[in-house]
Design a binder for this molecule. Structure first.
Ligand code: SF4
Length: 370
């Protein structure tokens, strides 16, 4: 069979730079069974394939309805089905991913990019990618991970480890929630390859033992956790004290979810309270604005501009480490072209401060480099 594979996020999102693991596994399986497989980079000529698999991870990646209705097309992924995405057949799920599916795309992109940078393609070229465990018991309302109520073994490391690749990227949903996390982590460490848990780790499950092992390992890049809910404040505070003992010079980052429970002043206050706590322990916040298949509540909020400015401030480590929220808004104002008007950041900050001076005291908090 002639098989086409479409990574819809790659086609629909300009800056998207992460391989679709399902696409790589489908490719690996069909190539191993003697079929011709290629990555398709547009929707123009799909009839020449006997079968076209289209996968997407993000719900807001656009794709025309007539494309997915074609007879030779099969679709999959959380981008189409959110938390109801059907699993791949077992034989494909446990096939070695085809890490060369994107080779031609990368070659072409490097030729046409003004500033060719291998770095932007590193997850396609340098990493073995997979899940050691799957599932999570927490069932956070904003998460696609609703199918299971426990963490279970998913793949042996050998199933997706390519010894020629320099690094390992693990996509586990809640790795530390598995009873055998220690044995699994040791196996990862024993590969001697730098590794990263791309989806973040559950800091509520951290212990001295976990921190010691994690922070002394060859971790690749920032160690990422999540501080989604203000009600976890005291628990996270305790865990931050443990993290501080072991983190050394490693960058520790926490996703800070906003716009989920509400998009009012209380939500802004909750965000700043979490940011302030993280700053005290030398940890970086990363603002995640909630969105699901159907909507992005923050976009409808009266504080839309404030949410945008908050994310622009927090999500640039070189900025958030150096300046307060107020400094950042003032900097935006300085470079604003029309000096007679306020830039959107300054305008949003001033309006909020006028109405909520008590919350606005957080506009002056600073990152503490500990
Ligand atoms: S802990 Fe993480 S993986 Fe588990 S449900 Fe919550 S957000 Fe999802």
């Amino acid at each position: 069979m002639r098989i086409g594979i479409i990574d819809a996020d790659l086609l629909g999102r300009k800056k998207h730079r992460f391989p679709n693991l399902a696409c790589e596994k489908i490719s690996g399986y069909y190539k191993d069974h003697g079929h011709s497989v290629e990555l398709v980079l547009d929707y123009n000529d799909m009839n020449k394939y006997d079968k076209v698999f289209i996968s997407k991870v993000f719900t807001d990646t656009q794709i025309a309805p007539h494309i997915i209705q074609a007879d030779n097309v099969e679709i999959g992924g959380t981008g189409f089905y959110f938390d109801k995405a059907p699993a791949l057949p077992e034989c494909i799920e446990h096939n070695m991913p085809d890490y060369h599916l994107y080779d031609e795309f990368i070659k072409k992109s490097i030729k046409v990019t003004k500033k060719p940078s291998q770095q932007q393609f590193r997850f396609y070229t340098d990493y073995s990618i997979g899940f050691l465990t799957r599932g999570c018991f927490r069932k956070c309302g904003f998460c696609v991970n609703q199918k299971y109520n426990h963490v279970f073994m998913h793949s042996q490391l050998d199933e997706f480890l390519d010894h020629d690749r320099k690094k390992l990227c693990l996509l586990d949903d809640n790795f530390f929630g598995h009873p055998q996390w220690k044995m699994l982590l040791q196996k990862v460490i024993d590969t001697n390859k730098p590794f990263v848990f791309k989806q973040g780790l559950d800091e509520r499950l951290l212990t001295e033992e976990k921190c010691e092992m994690l922070f002394s390992a060859k971790y690749d890049g920032d160690v990422i956790f999540a501080f989604d809910n203000i009600t976890d404040y005291d628990l996270i505070h305790k865990k931050l004290k443990i993290i501080r003992k072991y983190k050394g010079k490693k960058n520790v980052k926490f996703y800070v979810l906003v716009g989920f429970e509400s998009t009012d002043a209380q939500d802004i206050l909750n965000a700043f309270k979490r940011i302030a706590l993280l700053f005290r322990y030398g940890c970086l916040p990363y603002i995640m604005r909630f969105q699901n298949k159907n909507d992005m509540p923050w976009k409808m909020s009266e504080f839309r501009s404030l949410y945008i400015t908050l994310a622009r401030w927090c999500n640039q480590p070189s900025i958030v480490k150096k300046m307060s929220f107020r400094d950042f808004c003032e900097l935006n104002q300085e470079v604003h072209k029309n000096k007679d008007t306020l830039c959107s950041s300054m305008d949003a900050m001033r309006k909020f401060e006028k109405r909520y001076p008590d919350i606005a005291k957080y506009f002056d908090i600073r990152f503490e480099n500990r």
